[in-house]
Ligand binder design. Structure first.
Ligand code: ACO
Length: 340
């Protein structure tokens, strides 16, 4: 944070472009396969694979927290960028499974990586948290309030999954992904991000208990109000509509068409949702990045882990145009067009 400059001076400075200069990710070691789930609930590999595309997911150890996973993803991004944690001005953590109500997870990450000059806050936008964070980072850097921002999507959903509910427990996993954003001369970087939300449908995907509305008590704990409740069919419908519409809007504002894209990285929730988006945008399967078979839906981490894997495996080259598109509880959604 540039604390020396008076705000009026900053207002008169021209905006600058903002790029993702590095990415990192982390997933826990423990693998939970579809066969393992067959032992927990009445399900089978064939049902899970054909309905979702998921084959396995990672589950954090009891002592491994959301902030621990976030810090490991952040460190991988710092190593890739070749910069010190002390250069970070701001840490944003998108999560719905913070280590605790407060302090925020970003402060805990700050402590673990040694980013002692960063301001820190969490962002609650469910699966859309990482891209909401990217847009906030972009605004702070382009207006010159920050130079270097660390954006993390991290969730330990295994702690809020009802492991007796086959409708939901087969879908989710744990993990974290991170990106470091800075101005990089000579690149458009993040060209445009579309954000959206619709609270009318808050109840089709939510965790009703554990907050101020319904604190956990001895009387209600048996009903597990502190676990994910979801109307899968409704979520599916809204997810496809919102992500396709956000993608069109983003491409149009960015002055791009689907043909210009080297890679689309969608939220990793369900292969059928991803295929529907790909076909509605007229994209070949080779253009759409998919890794949900390995991790399931890791909420805010999903698109961040996918971005890191796409980056590290060379799916996009410098100056390629890519599109990130996400959807989650809230409802919330977001889409970013980026020149890599
Ligand atoms: N194993 C076996 N059978 C199951 C399982 C399971 N794990 N889960 C549900 N079933 C049963 C249901 O009980 C139902 O049985 P019934 O007809 O006897 O009642 C039957 O399978 C069919 O269920 P449907 O709801 O028709 O299954 P659908 O094809 O809609 O798939 C799914 C369900 C996978 C949840 C799908 O609706 C979906 O992916 N929705 C999107 C939800 C999502 O991705 N949420 C993640 C968070 S939001 C986000 O990140 C986008």
């Amino acid at each position: 944070m540039n604390k020396q400059q008076p705000r009026t001076t900053r207002l008169h400075k021209p905006k600058r472009t903002v790029s993702v200069i590095a990415t990192g990710s982390y997933v826990p070691h423990k693998v939970l396969t579809n066969a393992d789930l067959e032992k927990l609930v009445d399900t089978n590999d064939e049902w899970i694979t054909t309905r979702t595309g998921i084959k396995e997911r990672r589950i954090a150890a009891p002592e491994e927290t959301t902030s621990n996973m976030a810090a490991k993803a952040a460190q991988a991004a710092l190593d890739q960028a070749g910069i010190s944690a002390e250069e970070i001005d701001m840490i944003i953590v998108g999560t719905v499974t913070p280590d605790m109500q407060f302090p925020n997870t970003a402060c805990l990450v700050q402590n673990q990586i040694g980013a002692k000059h960063a301001i820190c806050f969490d962002l609650s936008a469910a699966c859309s948290g990482f891209l909401y964070g990217i847009e906030i980072a972009q605004q702070f850097i382009s207006s010159r309030s920050c130079d270097t921002v660390l954006v993390i999507g991290a969730d330990k959903l295994s702690t809020i999954v009802d492991w007796t509910d086959r409708n939901t427990c087969v879908l989710f996993g744990d993990g974290a992904g991170a990106a470091i954003l800075r101005h990089r001369p000579g690149s458009h970087g993040i060209i445009h991000t579309t954000l959206g939300a619709n609270g009318d449908y808050a109840e089709i995907l939510h965790m009703p208990g554990g907050g101020s509305k319904l604190p956990l008590t001895k009387e209600n704990i048996e009903a597990r109000p502190n676990t994910i409740k979801m109307n899968g069919k409704d979520v599916y419908k809204h997810a496809v509509t919102a992500m396709v519409s956000a993608a069109h809007q983003t491409l149009e504002t960015a002055g791009l068409t689907a043909k210009d894209l080297a890679c689309v990285i969608p939220h990793q929730a369900n292969l059928r949702i991803i295929d529907a988006i790909g076909s509605r945008l007229g994209l070949g399967q080779d253009k759409v990045f998919v890794n949900l078979q390995n991790y399931g839906n890791t909420s805010a981490a999903a698109v961040a882990i996918a971005l890191d894997e796409a980056n590290r495996t060379g799916r996009m080259k410098k100056d390629d145009y890519i599109l990130l598109v996400v959807f989650g509880g809230g409802l919330t959604w977001a889409c970013s067009a980026i020149q890599w």
